[in-house]
Design a protein around this ligand. Sequence first.
Ligand code: HEC
Length: 101
Amino acid sequence: MRLLTFTLIGLLCWFVPPPAFAEDDPDYAAMIDDDGKDFAYLVCSDCHAMQHVLQKRYSRRGWRDAMKRMTHDFGMAELEAEETVLILDYLVKHYSPGSGR
Ligand code: HEC
């Protein structure tokens, strides 16, 4: 019985293709590693390439406004306050006029 189970699991692993991990996406790979990266990618790359976001250099206020535009003009789901802060912190730290990039 154990052998059969192992064989079945083995067959399943063989046939089920691996999920497309974000790591395979060059758009994700181009992002600076830090807290909030994964979540920002998850939320913001839903409608456009992340590059579309990361080529911008906004202040904290600018990013906050941009996120409001996404929600109000383009139908992005309303985020929890902590979620907004997580993305904001990430973007401001690495993609603002003073971030040196
Ligand atoms: C529901 C779809 C949607 C989601 C989710 C979304 N966007 Fe957008 N975004 C758009 C559309 C539509 C445009 C305008 C068309 C364009 O510029 O290509 C845009 C444009 C932008 C721009 C360039 C124009 C501008 O206003 O500066 C930035 C920056 C941006 N988005 C940032 C973000 C960030 C940050 C997130 C995640 C918090 C995000 N977007 C999530 C739809 C979305």
